[in-house]
Design a protein around this ligand. Structure first.
Ligand code: SER
Length: 318
């Protein structure tokens, strides 16, 4: 990776990935793109306005900046996708198709995240294997499975260097996620700091895989820098670092903030989505093929989240 384009640079992952890549590859070598500028996008390097559904403009930007790697992070997440499935298809698949087509034209490598949402109710729930049944029941998941197949197709057919991971819920403290089923695991920390209380939309006992942002960023870079001759899989790798249910994250917070209280008001749409997803993924292939090795767990993440969000709260930033 020498000249990188991050599309969706204002989103939860994009905002932090852009800064992370700029530290590693140089500010001017990482171009941030989003439909409009927002305050989450670091101003340390180039920014371009881009509606990724406009393929011509994407091609123009890739050509102008001599891009060799595209991170396509544009997506409507699972809960939003269920509110407007046709829009989710249009945006999620449109972004990917345009990325793959432009990548073929300019021989770029492509990273597009897949998700735990690519699995469905007939998938083995615990330690979900790398290669298994994928029959998702959400539009988000349908897009993710299609995306995995398309990215592999472009690799086989046009020799495009496509690579991807199946992200679990990503927990972070810079930019809030929006419209996801796993968002509760971010919101709980903000509410704990702000009000000492949290109303949880996910029922007690509902396990989902989660990951702290620093590990997610490492995964992106490590996979894209991996020796291609070692990659048996490409689109997409299971990765995992922690699996928990609401009571467990609440207990981790309570341990550090004894007054914290959580109640439930279950959102039936999110409940149904979460129910259809695995409890935990088996990430052996990622470990073997490119050295995936997460560093954070629920305890260390909770320490860090409460510290960072507590500081932001004191400074009046949230
Ligand atoms: N975080 C996503 C969601 O909840 C899953 O990949 O939709």
């Amino acid at each position: 990776m020498k000249k990188i384009l991050v599309v969706g640079a204002g989103g939860q992952i994009g905002s932090e990935l852009t800064s992370h890549l700029r530290k590693m590859y140089g500010d001017s070598n990482v171009v941030a793109a989003d439909i409009r500028r927002n305050t989450n996008i670091s101003s340390d390097g180039p920014f371009v306005e881009l509606d990724i559904l406009e393929a011509q403009r994407l091609a123009y930007i890739v050509h102008k900046y001599d891009i060799d790697t595209i991170f396509n992070l544009v997506a409507l997440l699972s809960a939003t996708g269920e509110k407007n499935p046709s829009l989710a298809w249009k945006i999620n698949m449109g972004a990917l198709m345009n990325t793959l087509e432009v990548a073929t034209l300019y021989q770029c490598a492509v990273f597009t995240p897949s998700s735990i949402g690519a699995f469905g109710p007939t998938t083995p729930k615990d330690k979900t294997p790398q290669d298994t049944i994928m029959r998702p029941t959400t539009m988000y998941g349908v897009c993710k499975v299609t995306g995995e197949l398309l990215a592999d197709y472009y690799h086989q057919r046009y020799n495009i260097d496509t690579r991807s991971v199946r992200f679990p819920g990503i927990i972070s403290n810079v930019t809030l996620p929006g419209g996801g089923t796993t968002d509760y695991a971010v919101e709980i920390y903000y509410e704990a700091v702000k009000s000492g209380k949290f109303v949880c939309p996910i029922p007690s006992g509902m396990y989902m895989d989660m990951m702290y942002m620093p590990d997610a960023l490492d995964a992106c870079v490590q996979l894209m820098e991996a020796d291609p001759s070692k990659l048996v899989h490409r689109n997409s790798f299971n990765i995992a670092s922690m699996s928990f249910e609401p009571e467990m994250i609440a207990a981790a917070i309570k341990k550090r903030m004894p007054g914290f209280e959580m109640t439930y008001e279950v959102d039936p749409v999110k409940e149904a989505i979460a129910e259809s997803w695995p409890n935990s993924l088996d990430d052996t292939c990622a470990r073997e093929e490119w050295g995936w090795c997460p560093k954070w767990n629920l305890e260390t993440m909770t320490d860090d989240m409460l510290k960072v969000i507590g500081r932001k709260h004191k400074e009046g930033l949230i």
